[in-house]
Write a protein that binds this ligand. Sequence first.
Ligand code: PLP
Length: 392
Amino acid sequence: MIPSILPTYNRAPLTFVKGEGSWLIEADGRRYLDLGAGIAVNALGHAHPALVAALTEQAQALWHVSNLYQIPAQQALADALVEATFADTVFFTNSGTESCELAVKMARKFWYEQGQPERVEIITFEGSFHGRSSAGIAAAGSEKMTKGFGPLLPGFRHLPFGDHEALKAAVTETTAAILVEPVQGEGGIRPLPDVCLKGLRDLCDATGTLLILDEVQCGMGRTGKLFAHEWAGITPDIMMVAKGIGGGFPLGAVLATERAASGMTAGTHGSTYGGNPLACAVGGAVMSIVADPAFLAEVNRKAALLRQRLEGLVAAHPDVFEAVRGSGLMLGLKCRAVNADVVKAGYAEAVLTVPAADNVVRLLPALTITDDEIAEAVARLDRAAARLDAAA
Ligand SMILES: *Cc1c(COP(=O)(O)O)cnc(C)c1O
C-alpha cells in the first residue's frame, strides 16, 4: 500500500523535534551535530534569535498580501540585495526550482525582445542540478532525473564539466545563455575554478550570451563571500538564489542586471507567495547578518579551520576517505568507502552529513558553527570513520 506521504524520498529513521544553532534534538533528548543544515538552508543554524524575532514580529502584523499591493519587507530585501550585489533588480520566488524557471524565461524573453527570437538554447553542464520542475530537470539533463518524464522541455544543451573546447564550439547564434553552478552541490561539491568562471564571462561577452549563475546552494555566504562568483571577480547577468536566503523559511530570488531583465515587463511573470511578507521579513534578517563583512571574515576563518581538521581526518582514515574539496563552508569528503555508509555511520555517532553524487559526503554546516563545534564535528566523524575501518 502506498504510504500516506508520496514515497519519493529515502528518509533516515531520525525524527527531530527541536533545533538550536548547530544542533538537532530528538524527542528523547539525543543531540545531533548538524553538518547538513537542511542542505545549506539553515545558514544561521536553527532557531537563530534574530530570525525568530523577525518572523514573530511580522506574523503578529501581517502574514500575506498579494503582489497586487506594495510589500515593504519585500522592497527592503530587494534594496539590500541590489545594494550588495551586481544586480539592478530582484524577483522573489519560494524555491530554487522557481528561480530556475524564471531565469530560463528571462533569458529567452531577453532575446525575443532584442529581435533575435532564435536565441533560445541554454547550455548547461554534466553533474549540475537546477531543481525538479520540467525546466529544472531538462536543464540538468541527467537520466536519473529525466527518465520517464518526457517529453522534456526543449532547448537545453548539456556539456561535459570542464571541457573548454566543447564549450567554445557549442556557443552558436542560437545560444541564449550559459547556466552554471559556481560550485556544484548535488554533483558532489565540484567548484568551478576561478579561471573557468572568468573564461565563461569572457566567452559570454564575446558572443553576447547571457551568463546565468545558479547560486542556490553556494550563495548567501556559504563559500565565505556573499556570493561565490565574487571569488572570481566576475558578475553574472542573471543569478538564481534560494536555500540559505530564507534561513529555513521558504524563499528564493532571481537577481538580474537591468539589461538582462529588460523583457520582463508587467504581466510577464508572477507568483502568489513569492515575496510574501513573512518570507521577506526573515530574508531581510538573514541578509543583514550574512552580508556583514565581519560575519563573512568569520566564515572564512572557520572554513580554514574545518578544512585543516578534515585534511587530518582524511589522512587518518585513508580507506574511508580520499580527499577534501570545496570552498568555504561548502565542503565535500570524496570517499573510498560508500558515501551512504559514511553518512549512516555518522548517524550512529550523532553527526549529520549529506550524501552527494561522485561518492561524496557533503558538509554544509550552519555558518554560525563555533570552533568548539568544529572540533566536536571532526571528533564524531573520526569515530564514524573508525566504525567503517573496523567493519572493513
Ligand atoms: C537545491 C537546489 C536547487 C533547487 O532548489 P529547490 O528549493 O529545492 O527548488 C536548484 N539549484 C541548486 C544548485 C540547488 O542546490
